[in-house]
Design a protein. Structure first.
Length: 198
């Protein structure tokens, strides 16, 4: 049990720690909204990692083989979604200048943040291939449920740290100009990461 749980924790941190587009989205969302919304987004990413760890334990080699032929279109779709998000973030930041809080439409809720990041993270088929390789490297078992729990907990703890960091940065950068700059920088980073997927 403890060996499988530890293997899952290491695997979860291995997939979650490299800062990519999802991490930037979570931090930026926390900075612009609240820790609660950012934490929900982070748990969406962790849920996707947990789902992929479960799929890898349940039949990773077969699933990785099925995903391989459509990996490129999925990567393109993920890049497209990221570019739309980058554009939307920049547009909203530019539009927001001079707009009072009462006039803003449709604030991001914890539920929409969770669902959006869950869906976007699930567009990354490399995660299931990563977990499948780890499971196969452990003799095909991977530790079963304890591996999945460890992967989820590690990913969740990291994503919550990212959300907390974003929320702290948002509090420190409360001025209108600072928020505009951070939103535009976040958009640019997301766009670069999207182009790197192509």
């Amino acid at each position: 049990m403890s060996g499988a749980l530890l293997a899952g924790v290491v695997a979860g941190y291995g997939v979650a720690v490299p800062v990519g587009a999802i991490g930037v989205l979570i931090a930026g969302l926390s900075a612009r909204t609240s820790w609660r919304v950012g934490a929900a987004a982070g748990l969406g990413a962790a849920t996707a990692d947990g789902i992929y760890a479960l799929l890898a334990v349940a039949g990773g080699a077969a699933l990785a083989g099925l995903i391989a032929p459509i990996a490129t279109p999925l990567r393109w779709a993920a890049a497209g979604v990221l570019l739309v998000l980058a554009g939307h973030t920049a547009w909203a930041a530019l539009r927001k200048r001079g707009v009072t809080v009462e006039r803003r439409r449709r604030p991001t809720t914890a539920i929409t943040a969770y669902a959006g990041i869950l869906g976007l993270t699930l567009l990354n088929p490399a995660t299931v291939v990563y977990f499948a390789a780890l499971v196969l490297g452990r003799g095909g078992t991977g530790g079963g449920g304890w591996f999945v729990v460890g992967a989820f907990l590690a990913s969740a703890s990291w994503q919550l740290l990212v959300a907390g960091s974003g929320a702290l940065a948002g509090r420190l950068l409360t001025g209108e100009r600072a928020q505009l700059i951070t939103a535009l920088v976040s958009s640019a980073v997301i766009a670069v990461l999207a182009f790197m997927l192509l």
